[in-house]
Design a protein around this ligand. Sequence first.
Ligand SMILES: [Ca+2]
Ligand SMILES: [Ca+2]
Length: 98
Amino acid sequence: MEKGTDRRLVRKLCDRRAPVPYTQEQLRGMFWRYDTNKDGKLSRKELKDAFNYLGASIPGWRAHRALHHADDNGDGYISEEEVDELINYAVKLGYVVK
Ligand SMILES: [Ca+2]
Ligand SMILES: [Ca+2]
């Protein structure tokens, strides 16, 4: 085998293993999957489970921070109107697809 081919092959294999960050759409779908009581809002508990899934080291704290960041009306839930802010927040944390 030629050396050039070898190197290309290695690079390809590395790329496949490189972590891929979640897109906004993936995060949106993921968060709503964690709306387990289907009330159209994400509670702190639901956020905690979602961040646990994403791989947060302290999911409860992360849920608290996310609420602080995205819960505009301060009712303790992330509504559909507020979820974009939540997604922006989660994107910045750079979670990668496992
Ligand atoms: Ca809910
Ligand atoms: Ca709210």
